[in-house]
Write a protein that binds this ligand. Structure first.
Ligand SMILES: [Zn+2]
Ligand SMILES: [Zn+2]
Length: 349
């Protein structure tokens, strides 16, 4: 066991505060990682506030982890001491169900999530708001030294959450693709859809985000609360990726899909969206779909694609002592576009 500095929420009503956890010594198949950076995901806030009703406290959030290998178990062959690595939303799964065999571990019934989950040994999992973590080698990712490691951290959740559906629905050249929302997820969706060769339209409620969207790679931006602007795009999209987690009217977007187009949701609302109009789907064989992060193999593919195409997240680096302020600002959409915690601030505290 290694005593490890961390920040935890002790209830859904208390601010995050310093906490000490024990990490296991690396077993034969484990990689021990000194954490350098951890992104602040909106789902950290949902879970700290117990908005999904499944929170366990104390909770150490954080599933956008980049660090360096400080220890390896005797059966670990593909990681070396000192190597830059990443850990995303999962730290284990059953390894042998149909989902795991298809490299879709996120859909396994026994997925162990990086925090707020129960590990294979029965202990609670604690995430990346901490100075080190020990993870089964099959859930550790290789990170290129070519990219800024702090800006890589959000790729481990926001990156794969947008990359995976854009790949699954084969978004590419000649297609018109919409991205709804310009937050941590949306800004990565814009970057990937553009990198895959699509025409990209960003939907936002904030006129102030139009210029930013274009700078990030969107061909155009639409104010989603303006019916006139929305009507100009009726039945014209091949695919729309909706990153907004607040409940909202989905019909506004299904109406914009071509025949056989797909609206894919990646945000989990705390209350249901209003029921979509079935007629809107039937008359053009449109689909509403969902997608959850991506498997480990695809997460590695995404990280390699980012290294090759020089893609990272736009971040604001903060010391961990500012985490509660950062949560307030995320709730006001006042971040461009992801907070990342510099874990050096926790080591020296
Ligand atoms: Zn996340
Ligand atoms: Zn499985």
């Amino acid at each position: 066991m290694t005593n490890t500095k961390a920040y935890a929420a002790f209830s859904h009503q208390s601010p995050l505060a310093p906490y000490a956890i024990d990490r296991r010594a690396p077993g034969a198949h484990d990689v021990q990682i000194e954490i350098l950076y951890c992104g602040v995901c909106h789902s950290d806030i949902h879970q700290v506030l117990n908005e999904w009703g499944n929170s366990h406290f104390p909770m150490v959030p954080g599933h956008e982890i980049v660090g360096r290998v400080t220890g390896i178990g005797s059966s670990v062959e593909s990681f070396k001491l000192g190597e830059l690595v990443g850990v995303g939303c999962m730290v284990n799964s059953c390894h042998h169900c149909p989902d795991c065999e298809d490299h879709q571990e996120q859909f396994c019934n026994q997925t162990v999530f990086t925090y707020n989950s129960i590990d294979v040994d029965g202990s609670p999992t604690y995430g990346g708001y901490s100075t080190q973590i020990v993870v089964n080698q099959d859930f550790v990712l290789h990170v290129s030294e070519k990219l800024d490691p702090a800006s890589v951290a959000p790729l481990l959740c926001a990156g794969i959450t947008t990359y995976s559906p854009l790949r699954h629905w084969r978004v590419g050249k000649g297609q018109k693709v919409g991205i709804v929302g310009l937050g941590g997820l949306g800004h990565m969706g814009v970057k990937f859809a553009r990198a895959f060769g699509a025409e990209v339209v960003l939907f936002t409620t904030s006129p102030s985000k139009v210029a930013d969207a274009k700078q990030l790679g969107a061909n155009s931006a639409v104010i989603s609360t303006d019916p006139e602007q929305m009507n100009q795009h009726l039945a014209s999209f091949d695919f729309i990726l909706d990153t907004v987690s607040a409940p909202h009217n989905l019909d506004a977007y299904t109406s914009l899909l071509k025949r056989d187009g797909t609206l894919c949701l990646v945000g989990v609302p705390d209350h249901p969206h209003p029921s979509p109009q079935v007629g809107n789907l039937i008359f053009k064989r449109r689909q509403i779909a969902g997608s959850l992060i991506g498997g480990i193999q695809e997460t590695q593919e995404m990280l390699d694609f980012c290294a090759e195409h020089n893609i990272t997240s736009d971040i604001e680096l903060i010391p961990i002592q500012k985490i509660n302020d950062a949560y307030e600002r995320v709730l006001k959409s006042d971040v461009k576009y992801r907070f990342v915690i510099d874990i050096a601030s926790l080591k020296s505290s």
